[in-house]
Structures are given as C-alpha cells and as structure tokens.
Design a protein around this ligand. Structure first.
Ligand code: ZN
Ligand code: CU
Length: 494
C-alpha cells in the first residue's frame, strides 16, 4: 500500500454504492487530488482530512444525461439546481437546440429561446463555446451536443421545408467542425417547428458525420403521441443508416388516448436493441415542459404557465384560470401569453413507472434552468428517483436507481472513469442519506432544494455541503476526443 499517495481526504464508514448495480458494501474512500486513490478497508491510511459519514451512502456523482443547461453553466456556474441533487456532470445540447455553432442576426425561434433568447448568447464556433467553459468553469462537468435545429437556423432562410443539398453540405461542415472541437454528438428536435419539416433523409445525411467521429445521436422524436411507434421506427432507421448509437430522449407516450402504450413502445425498443445500439432517458414525472405550444396543449389535462414575456405575472398560474379570468378560450390566452413556456400534464403514472423500470433507462432531468417558474424536475429529478420511486415505492433497489444515473449513463456516453466508484476513477461523488433523500421541489414551489444530500464533490473538490453551494467550480468541459466508446450498454449479438 506504499504506492498510494497520501490522501487529501478519507471518507470513513460509508455504504459504498459503486454505480454498477452491485449491492452496497461498507468501507472507506480515499481521495487524492482529483481522483479516488483507494477504496475498501482503509484503516492503514490517514488523510489530510477525514470525514466519518456514519454509514451513509456514497455513490458516483450523478450524470444528468438530458439537460438544457447550455447557458446556465455559463450564466449561473454554481449550478445549485443540479449540484444540490448530487449531479456532477450534465449533457447539454438536447432536443435539437444548442448555443453553438450559430451566429444569429435576430433572436432564434422557439424552442431555442429556452436556452438563449438573445443573439449574444450564441457562439459561431463550437470550440469557442467549450473554451468559454474552460476559461470560466462551472461547478459541474459538461458534455455538449450540437442541435440539429441550431444548424438549420444557421444554414436556411426558412425552416418550413427540407434543407437543400447545399444547405445540408453547409450544416454538415459545421457539424464536423463542432465534432472536431469536442462536441459529443448531434441531437434533433423533430417535434418542433424549426425541424419538423426536415425529412428523415436530411437527418441521416447529417448523422452520417457522427459515426466516423465516434459520436452519438439523441432525439426528441417527431411524435410522442399517436404516432410514437412510427417515430421509433424513424429513429431506428436513422441509427441504422448512419451506423450510430441513438438515444431516445425523455421517452413517453403522451396524451390520454396513448396512455398505456409504453406496453408497445418498450418491447419495440427491445426488439431494435437486438440489432443496433439504442438507449433512452426518462424523467420521473407525469408532466412535461417546454415552450407554450398548441400541439402540446391539445394533449394535456392541465397546463401551468412557466414564463411569459408578454404577461410575466402569469408564471406559476394555470392556463385554465388565466383563460377564465380573461373571459377567453385557452387557445386565445396562450396566444396572448406568447412568447411563453408551460408545464403539461400529459402522461400516465403507470407509463412513467414502466419506463423508469426499463433496465436500460437512464435518468435525465430535462430541466429548464431559465424558466421563471420551472417544472420541479429541474431541482428534484434525482432525489425523486432515489427517494420516492426506489425507497418509498420500491420500484427497484437503491443500487439499481444509482446505476441508472451513473454507471449506465457513463457507459452510454463514453465517460471513462466516471459514473463508477473505484480506485483511479475521477473523484465525482455524492454522500447522501438513503433514509431521508427526497425531492422537495413541487408544482407550487419548484426551486426548493432536495433533502438528504450531504456532500457533493466534482473532480475531488466539494461543490455542495451542508445544504449550500461551496462556490467551488471544478467542472470540466469534456471533449469527444477524451471520451471512450459510446453506446456500450448494448449487448449486440455478433
Ligand atoms: Zn425534448
Ligand atoms: Cu429536452
């Protein structure tokens, strides 16, 4: 044991949950610099400081695989909404929107305004976006994707049509450039107006740039309602033809007529996984959230306004209430609130639980950090899975809940030496109390921090401790070139 450097910190008396799904075991964890230097029975080691956690759980820091934190990591780098939950790495650039590469002359159309509503929020060069994170790092690590809608906005004069071959060539050049700078993949938001007119072919031609770079493709599919199965087929086709691992974002079957249809969608995903790498992420709520959009409204049993530029005081109120007060229809009220965002109650609890228990489901918050009255998933996703769904409802053991937010996600995104607790791993970790961990953010009070999260470390430094952020910002912008093979949670038969 003489080869082990003197640790900066030894965490004693831990219930170690290593991220693999293996049963928790008791032991100590030594941290030297930014790495875990030893783990197990470490009575022979003494650290510069010591912390007895009294049998509490210590797990790898959680990986939020579905975020819209692109600008938040720059504008609010302490990232309290995420580190307060134990999140140590965020994947940005989801649902087709990213802050780069784009040099907009005017504010880009919704849903881009969820991450950047002013031209100066954007970066013409993807490498410049990552460099900005290097210069002024956030508390969390960042893995960044390029948005397909962002590429379209930058290359096309109008978005209600397919891209021409010249426009595809321009987008592909920018995508290749972004991948060379370190983007980890490309996301689409085919549901949204900026990309809805893009045919499958256009996405395939762009996604073809991903495989040679070892990047991945994630998608907010064209339809998560009546045509969810056709959208799965389209996603699989893109993956197959571009030979790239695909991630189905926030998998759901939305709208009352489609409740229960995860009984069809999950077996279909299983069947596709026999022949190609397919992953998915999910958030633990029956409501979604995005811009205020008539298509989403149609399928919702309740709509809460999260922000409105024209009527800011509407944030936090039900759309039905607003419509009654104004003496107009909900559609007319939604029109008057524009530009705006909303929470939509569109899912069935049984479907949410079925997707959560799907063995290959990663946890991703889909939180919207710039919303005035955000969906509570922004502050509550990870503790809600650990507390409400694992402990209180018994959907799966705690170790399995942790695997879905650590080891599984790290393998999918090629985050080598993260998402696992073992000697040599990056010291991203979370100390929490399995008896009390719980989400405290609600529909009414969406920004209350979770309880039971005692200590969160990123690259060996504490970022959240004793219920508050420490102000440390040890996060790193992780480049594609630093990552391992992706889509590895896939057993493809040979
Ligand atoms: Zn989405
Ligand atoms: Cu999203």
């Amino acid at each position: 044991m003489t080869t082990v450097p003197k640790p900066d910190l030894v965490i004693r008396n831990a219930s170690i949950i290593d991220g693999s799904g293996a049963p928790a075991r008791s032991g100590d964890i030594a941290i030297a610099g930014d790495r875990v230097s030893a783990i197990g029975a470490l009575a022979h080691l003494s650290g510069a400081s010591e912390l007895d956690v009294g049998g509490r759980a210590v797990a790898p820091g959680f990986i939020d695989v579905h975020t819209h934190d692109d600008r938040a990591v720059l504008s609010d780098p302490n990232m309290a909404c995420k580190v307060s939950q134990g999140v140590t790495t965020v994947v940005t650039g989801n649902c087709g929107i990213s802050l780069a590469p784009l040099e907009p002359a005017a504010p880009p159309p919704p849903p881009s305004d969820l991450i950047g509503d002013r031209p100066e929020h954007y970066f013409a060069d993807f490498g410049d976006y990552l460099s900005a994170l290097d210069r002024d790092p956030p508390a969390v690590n960042v893995v960044a994707q390029v948005g397909h809608s962002t590429l379209r906005i930058g290359a096309m004069d109008r978005l209600d049509r397919a891209a021409t071959p010249r426009e595809i060539a321009r987008m592909r050049g920018r995508l290749e450039d972004a991948l060379a700078s370190g983007a980890v993949g490309m996301s689409t938001g085919l549901f949204y107006p900026p990309a809805n007119a893009a045919p499958t072919e256009e996405v395939v031609e762009l996604a073809a740039a991903l495989a040679p770079a070892g990047a991945i493709h994630s998608t907010h599919m064209r339809d998560e309602t009546a045509h969810v199965l056709e959208s799965l087929d389209e996603t699989f086709e893109i993956g197959r033809r571009a030979d790239v691992p695909v991630v189905i974002s926030h998998h759901k079957c939305a709208g009352t007529p489609n409740h229960g249809r995860t009984l069809e969608s999950l077996p279909k995903i299983d069947a596709a996984r026999e022949t190609q790498p397919v992953a998915l992420d999910v958030y633990p709520y029956v409501a979604g959230s995005t811009v205020l959009n008539p298509h989403r409204m149609m399928n919702a049993s309740r709509v809460i306004v999260t922000w409105s530029k024209s009527v800011p005081e509407a944030a936090g109120r039900d759309l039905s209430e607003i419509a009654t007060a104004w003496g107009c229809s909900e559609a007319a009220a939604a029109e008057r609130l524009q530009p705006a965002g909303a929470i939509y109650f569109i899912m069935d609890e049984a479907d949410v639980q079925r997707v959560l228990t799907y063995p290959h489901a990663m946890i991703g918050s889909d939180g919207l950090p710039h919303d005035q009255h955000p969906h509570p998933r922004l502050w509550g996703t990870f503790p809600r899975v650990l507390g409400h769904y694992a402990r209180d409802m018994g959907l799966f053991p705690l170790e399995e809940a942790v695997r879905r937010m650590t080891g599984l996600s790290a393998a999918q995104f090629g985050l080598t030496d993260r998402g696992v607790l073992r000697a040599g791993a990056h010291a991203d970790l979370v100390v929490f109390d399995p008896r009390t961990v719980a989400d405290c953010s609600t529909w009414e009070e969406p920004t209350r921090p979770a309880s039971g999260i005692d200590l969160v470390m990123v690259n060996g430094r504490a970022v959240w401790q004793a219920g508050a952020g420490t102000g440390a910002r040890p996060g790193r912008a992780l480049r594609l070139q630093q990552l391992g093979p992706k889509g590895r949670n896939q057993e493809v038969p040979v």
